[in-house]
Design a protein around this ligand. Structure first.
Ligand code: ADP
Ligand code: MG
Length: 288
């Protein structure tokens, strides 16, 4: 390409206009357009389309970085067979449809440690971000800590308002809120502020029992539960720890290549693990 006024000024113009994709691709595209005799509008449209699609990708990458999701925890990596109470179709429908997010409905996942709650929550967050939503995932006690600091600075309302930009706020491990954190009602205020407007996903070891320790008093605990479940999909994940089952499975496959006599024991353990993994309750959905 010959040096003209345009070739000299275009990089500056495109940077000023914040069009990094066009800035990167125009020399190659212009050369090709000249050589192949493209009409000017075809060149312009091709560059605009690429800028737009790369802009969308950059946006998703930014939102992913801001969401603080656990690495590599996707729906594709989630073994739904390990959690019989969880309907894969239901979860897929949730990440496809947006009516629940528009209405500020909630997701609640309950199950013992290792049952896959954090994985599932992270995966749902990941899918929603791919579809253009904004998500923030945090350990509940970390977020409560942040809200308490804001309260001390008389900025709790503003801090909660800042979280409004997230279509879904994932509060992981609600049961691990510390007793001294429960003395302020910061968490309750967050739940109230988002009620019927912005969605919350909560993971907890226990459904509601023990939640008294998370809020300042019983009345507030009941009021918080009421708001959370009013429009909510509940995932009951009453299965044996996935980590522990994976360890059993590893032990079994190891024993396959070892002595036959050693083989019996781990297999028995696997049978026990499977029994424990039977659903205690069916995944239920509360829509009132
Ligand atoms: P929880 O949050 O309920 O304590 P995690 O989601 O942290 O459990 O799961 C513990 C580990 O086991 C993680 O590495 C997670 O990816 C894995 N895991 C749990 N359940 C499943 C599953 N159903 N399919 C695939 N991996 C799982
Ligand atoms: Mg977890």
């Amino acid at each position: 390409m010959s040096m003209t006024v345009e070739t000299a000024t275009l990089p500056t113009l495109l940077t000023a206009l914040r069009l990094p994709t066009v800035a990167r691709l125009w020399p190659e595209f212009c050369t090709r357009a000249d050589k192949e005799g493209w009409p000017a509008e075809r060149l312009l449209a091709a560059l605009c389309e690429l800028e737009l699609s790369e802009r969308e990708q950059r946006r998703i990458q930014r939102h992913l970085a801001a969401a603080r999701l656990p690495q590599g925890k996707t729906l594709d990596a989630f073994d739904f067979l390990a959690v019989p109470t969880l309907s894969q179709a239901r979860v897929r429908a949730l990440v496809e449809g947006d009516s629940w997010l528009q209405a500020g409905h909630n997701l609640l996942a309950f199950g013992p440690p290792g049952s896959g709650k954090t994985h599932l929550a992270g995966a749902i967050g990941y899918e929603l971000i791919q579809r253009g939503y904004r998500v923030l995932m945090a350990r509940t006690s970390d977020l409560v800590q942040r809200l308490q600091v804001a309260r001390q600075d008389l900025a709790l309302t503003q801090e909660i308002a800042k979280l409004d930009k997230f279509d879904l706020l994932i509060l992981d491990d609600l049961s691990y809120v510390r007793k001294d954190q429960a003395e302020t009602s910061a968490l309750f205020e967050l739940i109230s502020a988002r009620y019927e407007r912005r969605s919350i996903m909560i993971t907890a070891n226990q459904p509601f029992s023990g939640w008294d320790a998370i809020f300042p008093d019983r009345a507030m605990t009941i009021a918080a539960i009421d708001r959370l479940v009013h429009h909510a999909t509940i995932f009951e994940m009453n299965v044996e720890s996935y980590r522990r089952r994976a360890a059993y499975a590893a032990a079994t496959s190891l024993s396959d290549i070892e002595d036959d006599r050693d083989k019996q024991q781990p297999e028995k353990e696997i049978a026990t693990a499977k029994d424990n993994s039977r659903p205690a309750t069916l995944s239920s959905e509360i829509e009132t």
